[in-house]
Design a binder for this molecule. Structure first.
Ligand code: PLP
Length: 406
């Protein structure tokens, strides 16, 4: 359905909305234009999408071919070797849960006698922290590493200090979704390997892929998780990547899909979109590098020029090029999110999945913010490509809204 006004779009259910400006790209990028085009072609090219890729007949095999093509595209874009394994899942949440709960079904650790132990950073995504919280309820020991108070970093030494002979998995994300902070996963992995070759290093790379250069072989982690909608594909498709020689029992059992590593008929459409988005990864990366840092600087300066006490949440740490987390004293982040939404601009007051919740962000609390300071903190995350007109419109809307608050 289209309308006469090009500035408005029909969103279904009788909702007409003004053109939207996405300053919340870490929540979801939206489909990249080449992905949209590629999907249109797939829709027009016959029944492959709706058929079961496990069927032996011709149509089933067309669906299978789409999955295998996507696997090749993603593996190539992320630097996997032919021995590494890429297992499709419903997203990074499932992939992270699969990595962590694998211990419950691992006959090796069960027969080894001693209960395995775990380590994770305290700033992981809730799908990691809550999976570990369940293991804690079952009596497993999980050490949570807090950022260093001075540097705000998750240091290699703080991880090493928690290692024991029983440690089975260490989970450290590559980039934090709320603050954009980049963690030293490569260094942590190397240091752990030097002490104990049997510990699995698990890294949630959902927010890093496409925003900073990434090579699976270079990172060195054993298990990496990724998500299609964070790189311009559809929601509902992600992957678990296993280093050559590493295997974990599946979380979902039933059919033999994904070489028995994840049962359930594959989300062919979501996987195809994920593959199409992976083909754009190099272009996405350079678009972020070209536009985002200068634009973030303009946003920071705009906010500071109106409320001088405003400051970056983590001014001295290495962050994703598209993400800034700012505390604006005296302004409730949720109020600013709503005010900007009414102006057609999307930002967030934390992770998308925790926005609107009364609790303060666990990430900011772990970084030493008080609950009230955390609630004055917004996240702006830019998409890789945005017209100057949209970007300027977004900055002007921030300015207008902040002036109303002072
Ligand atoms: N991990 C991180 C760092 C994320 O930012 C997200 C989503 O925001 C997830 C995991 C969950 O990914 P998915 O939506 O694919 O389940």
């Amino acid at each position: 359905m289209t309308g006469g006004d090009p500035g408005r779009r029909y969103h279904g259910d009788g909702i007409w909305a003004a053109r939207r400006i996405n300053f919340d790209a870490n929540a979801g990028l939206g489909l990249l234009p080449p992905v949209r085009e590629g999907l249109k072609n797939l829709f027009n090219s016959g029944p492959g999408l709706g058929l079961n890729p496990s069927s032996l007949h011709f149509d089933g095999q067309r669906a299978r071919a789409l999955i295998e093509e996507a696997r090749r595209d993603i593996s190539g874009a992320l630097g996997l070797s032919s021995q590494d394994k890429l297992v499709f899942t419903s997203g990074a949440t499932e992939a992270n849960n699969s990595a962590i709960y694998s211990v419950l079904f691992d006959s090796n650790s069960a027969s080894a006698g001693a209960r395995p132990e775990f380590i994770c950073s305290a700033i992981e995504h809730p799908c990691v922290l809550e999976a570990y919280a369940r293991l804690e309820l079952l009596g497993y020991k999980v050490a949570k590493i807090l950022p260093d108070r001075g540097s705000s970093e998750i240091s290699v030494d703080s991880v090493l200090s928690q290692l024991s002979g029983k440690t089975r998995i260490v989970s450290v994300m590559l980039a934090n979704n709320e603050t954009g902070q980049i963690l030293p996963v490569k260094e942590i992995t190397r240091a752990i390997r030097a002490q104990n070759q049997n510990i699995l290093v698990h890294c949630d790379a959902a927010q890093a892929i496409g925003k900073i250069p990434f090579s699976f072989s270079d990172l060195g982690a054993d298990i990496v998780t990724i998500s299609g909608h964070k790189i311009g594909g559809l929601c509902g498709a992600g992957a678990l990547i296993l280093r050559a020689g590493v295997d974990i029992p599946p979380l979902l059992v039933g059919g033999p899909q994904e070489q028995r590593r994840r049962a359930g008929t594959e989300n062919v459409l979501g996987i195809a979109a994920f593959g199409l988005a992976a083909r754009e990864l190099a272009a996405t990366l350079s678009a972020y590098a070209k536009h985002a840092p200068a634009r973030l600087k303009m946003i920071r300066e705009c906010i500071k020029s109106i409320i001088a006490e405003s400051h970056e949440a983590l001014p001295n740490v290495l962050c994703l090029p598209n993400t800034v987390c700012m505390r604006i004293p005296g302004v409730k982040a949720d109020d600013l999110v709503v005010a900007l939404d009414l102006e057609g601009v999307s930002i967030s007051s934390g992770a998308a999945c925790s926005s609107g919740k009364p609790q303060a962000s666990h990430v900011l609390l772990a970084q030493g913010f008080s609950p009230s300071e955390a609630k004055e903190t917004i996240r702006i995350s830019l998409p890789p490509s945005q017209s100057e007109e949209d970007f300027d419109g977004g900055v002007k809307a921030i300015e207008r809204c902040l002036r109303r608050f002072c």
